[in-house]
Design a protein around this ligand. Structure first.
Ligand code: SF4
Ligand code: SF4
Length: 180
């Protein structure tokens, strides 16, 4: 659920100054507030694998009982991701083009455990609040997030350039790391 592009990121001054994330639960946020919670890290655009024999083909993501220990991350990114800006190149059509792309909403928060621990929606849902590197706490800038290595910038390969059957060669642990 990476964002469209850096220019469209809705970290407006009014939102930043309101510090709405300190007083408003995810469930009560309006659309603008909800969109601004996304930090734009694009960790959610990496291919993940779940080692669980109980998962059946065709099962909806929300039906899969996954915990962090079951999920293996790779550094293989969705073909629609721009790995420099960490933005989705077809944000408005992403659900049609990539059916597995999980779009978090207030209604499917039970899918939040498919997001990495650092995901700002997940942090809010778990009561941790925003991390210090979140753009809302840094004048709307993503620089700190990139510098600390939270985003996927320069660390991924496109799924178009790898044999997905060899995913084990691409397993990484950095998407599970959190920095306060
Ligand atoms: S379509 Fe791909 S790049 Fe776009 S948000 Fe979904 S996973 Fe990320
Ligand atoms: S992991 Fe969460 S905060 Fe980061 S881009 Fe994806 S939805 Fe947004």
């Amino acid at each position: 659920m990476a964002k469209k592009d850096s220019k469209s990121v809705p970290y407006t001054s009014a939102l930043i100054e309101s510090r709405f994330w300190e007083t408003t639960k995810l469930e009560n946020m309006n659309k603008e507030q909800w969109e601004a919670i996304c930090d734009g890290c694009a960790r959610c655009c990496l291919h993940k694998f779940i080692d669980d024999e109980n998962i059946e083909e065709g099962m909806a993501v929300s039906e899969i009982p996954a915990e962090d220990g079951d999920i293996m991350y790779t550094n293989i990114a969705c073909y629609l991701l721009n790995d420099k800006s960490c933005a989705c190149t077809s944000y408005d059509n992403r659900s049609e083009l990539v059916p597995d792309c999980v779009t978090l909403t207030k209604e499917n928060l039970n899918s939040i455990y498919f997001m990495p621990p650092s995901c700002s929606y997940r942090r809010m849902h778990e009561g941790k609040g925003l991390a210090s590197w979140h753009p809302l706490l840094n004048k709307g800038k993503k620089t700190k997030m990139h510098t600390l290595g939270i985003s996927v910038r320069n660390k991924v390969v496109s799924e178009q350039n790898v044999d997905i059957n060899e995913f084990e060669d691409y397993i990484v642990t950095w998407p599970l790391c959190e920095i306060e």
